[in-house]
Design a protein around this ligand. Structure first.
Ligand code: BMA
Length: 329
C-alpha cells in the first residue's frame, strides 16, 4: 500500500455499474468502461461477462447526463459476430478522430493449450447505434493489448508537404517486444505511428516499468487527453503480486514520443472492497475519462467485477505529475 496522496476522490456511491441479473450477457461482471464526453453528456462502453464456463465478454452501452448516473441498454452493442472474436471482445477504448468514433478492443480468437490467442481489433461508429467492424489492428495472435489512439493526427515533419504526412498515433502494448533487442525486460507501452490506422509500423518504446508497483507490465488506459501542459496519459501498472494500480504521465504536445514526466507513485490503487474483491482481486483498471467543470472523472474497472469513478482536479493532477512536491506546497 502506498501513502494515499489524496489526489482522487472516489464517488461515494461507487460502484456506478454492477452486474445485471436480468440480462444474461451482463449477469456476472461489468467492468473496464470507456467513455466519450460532450459536456455533461457521457457515452460509455463497458465489458460484460454472463457466464464463467467460457468467460466470454461482450460490450454494453450506457449513457449519463452527469457522469455518475448511467442508463444502460438491455442488449450488447458490440456482440460476437466474427470468427476472430469468437471467444470474446474485451476492454474497449473509444477515441474521436475527425468526427469518427474509433473503438479498439481485445479479441480472443482461439485457445491453444488453455491459453487464449489474443489480438486487438477496431470498430467505428458515428452514433453508438451502428458499428462497423474493421478487423485486426495488431498482428494476428500477437498478444498486443491496450491499444488507444490519440484523438488527432500529427504532422511530425512539417517540411513534407503531402497529405500523407499526417499520421495516426497510438499507444500499444506488444507483449513480445521484450529482451535486450527491445530495451525492456517487461511488456511496456510503445508509441506507434502510421499514415493509415491499419499500417502503423513505426514504433518506439515510450514507457517501461521503473517502479515496483509496475514491475510486471504496463499498459495504456484511456485515450490520451490534450491539455495545456501536454498529453495526459493514464495507464495501469502491475506488480509482482498481480495488483493493478493506475499511474500517470505527461507527453510533449507536438511530439508525443517525448515523456515530460511520469509518476513514481500510483495515483489510484485498490483500497475499497469493490477494488480488492471481485472476479480478479486487487484490480484498479483505468479505461475512461471525462472532463467536467475543470475536474477529471476517471472511470475504471474494480476487481474485474464492477465499474467505478473517481475525480481529481485536472490542474492539480497535472501539477502533481510534473512536480510531485506541488501537492505539499
Ligand atoms: C488484463 C485484462 C483486463 C483485466 C486485467 C486484470 O490483462 O484482461 O481486462 O481487467 O487483466 O485481471
Amino acid at each position: 500500500m502506498y501513502p494515499d496522496i489524496g489526489l482522487f476522490q472516489r464517488y461515494s456511491k461507487n460502484p456506478i455499474l454492477t452486474p445485471n441479473s436480468h440480462n444474461l450477457w451482463e449477469s456476472k461482471a461489468v467492468f473496464n468502461c470507456t467513455t466519450l464526453n460532450h459536456g455533461h453528456q457521457i457515452k460509455m462502453l463497458y465489458r460484460a461477462v454472463g457466464e464463467y464456463e467460457y468467460y466470454i465478454s461482450r460490450v454494453g452501452y450506457a449513457s449519463s447526463g452527469d457522469g455518475y448516473h448511467f442508463e444502460r441498454k438491455n442488449e450488447p452493442v458490440i456482440d460476437i459476430s466474427e470468427n476472430y472474436e469468437k471467444f470474446g471482445i474485451e476492454d474497449p477504448r473509444v477515441t474521436m478522430i475527425d468526427n469518427e468514433i474509433f473503438i479498439t478492443y481485445v479479441v480472443l480468437s482461439d485457445y491453444v493449450k488453455n491459453t487464449p490467442r489474443v489480438s486487438s481489433a477496431l470498430a467505428l461508429t458515428k452514433d453508438f447505434i451502428e458499428y462497423s467492424k474493421l478487423g485486426f489492428i495488431s498482428e494476428e495472435f500477437e498478444d498486443n493489448k491496450d491499444i488507444v489512439f490519440f484523438p488527432q493526427k500529427f504532422t511530425f515533419n512539417k517540411n513534407i508537404k503531402n497529405e500523407n504526412a499526417s499520421m495516426y498515433v497510438s499507444l500499444q502494448r506488444p507483449s513480445s517486444f521484450i529482451g535486450s533487442k527491445y530495451g525492456t525486460e517487461s511488456p511496456s507501452i510503445w508509441l506507434y505511428k502510421g499514415t493509415t490506422f491499419r499500417n502503423m509500423n513505426g514504433h518506439l518504446l515510450l514507457m517501461k516499468p521503473e517502479q515496483d508497483w509496475e514491475c510486471l507490465k504496463l499498459g495504456a488506459g484511456p485515450s490520451p487527453i490534450k491539455t495545456k501542459k501536454g498529453w495526459l496519459i493514464i495507464y495501469h501498472g502491475v506488480d509482482q503480486y498481480k495488483v493493478y494500480r493506475a499511474g500517470a504521465a505527461v507527453l510533449d504536445l507536438n511530439d508525443p514520443s517525448k515523456v515530460i514526466a511520469k509518476t513514481t507513485s500510483p495515483i489510484l490503487e485498490p483500497l475499497e472492497p469493490y477494488e480488492k474483491f471481485g472476479d480478479v482481486n486487487n484490480v484498479v483498471f483505468p479505461t475512461g475519462t471525462a472532463i467536467l467543470d475543470g475536474n477529471l472523472l476517471l472511470y475504471y474497472g474494480g476487481a474485474d467485477k464492477v465499474c467505478c469513478v473517481a475525480t481529481a482536479n485536472l490542474d492539480t493532477l497535472l501539477d502533481y505529475i510534473l512536480d510531485p512536491f506541488s501537492l505539499k506546497k
